[in-house]
Design a protein around this ligand. Sequence first.
Ligand SMILES: [Zn+2]
Ligand SMILES: [Zn+2]
Length: 340
Amino acid sequence: MPTMQAVQVAKAGGPLELVERDIPEPATGHVLIKVQACGICHSDSLTKEGQWPGLQFPRVPGHEIAGVIERMGAGVEGWSVGQRVGVGWHGGHCGHCERCRHGDFVLCQNAQVPGISYDGGYAQYMVAPQEALARMPDDLSDVDAAPLLCAGITTFNALRHSGARAGDVAAILGIGGLGHLGVQFARKMGFVTVAIARGQDKAPLAKQLGAHHYIDSSAQDVGASLQALGGARVILATVTNGEAMSAALAGLGVNGKLIMVGVAQEPVEVPVTQFIMGRQSVQGWPSGTAADSQETLAFSALSDVKPMIEEYPLERAAEAYDRMMSGKARFRVVLTPGKH
Ligand SMILES: [Zn+2]
Ligand SMILES: [Zn+2]
């Protein structure tokens, strides 16, 4: 039996440990992927700390996977061995629940997540169902593709479904793992792009990412600053702070929408009269399907949107994970099992 290196969590709260495992066999409708790169996401803490209902251990985390199809199980159609593919948060759907019957696969009531429902990409190989696969453009590198399969798709898909059109004001609240991609997407989509973060030191980075305007929320009134630009048609909230989201609402223009993609614990407080008089709204957005991932990758390659990353070899996964959790990484951390 050929074996592989994998990094697993053996119990809730346990360490990330490098282990030798058998290379898994792809079942019917599944493919075996040779993992070239896998991003580390804050959501991987759900696996490490055992915070997902029904999570079974040991589990290999990782849902930002870029790789190559190594082998295919029976019944796989439209894919081929040797093809480059990506797998993101949406790792499969049942096809028979009410939401799937309405074609809303991303909200499948039995949705699978790589690294949670089954072993993910902190390994040299992994198995995924065919409906989780996204095609990879030739000119996009594996390490650049990996974070686009979670942080990228989430911001890209939320922005393109926001109702904002070219020339509208789009504000990205927060410049971090999500926000640094959101700013690039907003610019490349043709929006008047505004980056909002704390401190003047982020201003050069915001400009470098493509922002036309920068608002320092620690020194400026966010609402008044956005109104001075005509009011935002969309504010993409990538921060994890409900208060900061609430404070930004004053910057919405007519038909303006705040879209929440950062997971905050505190509620967002909505100014009701302003919302009625401006026909405004607040919405949450849950990443997207494999087809959305594929379009995210294609758009990124076409328009040169790239994540800023720090690379680590697979055997240093524990260190890489700590680096991501520290909040100091600029901006995404990527494991490279394919480089050995
Ligand atoms: Zn993620
Ligand atoms: Zn379903």
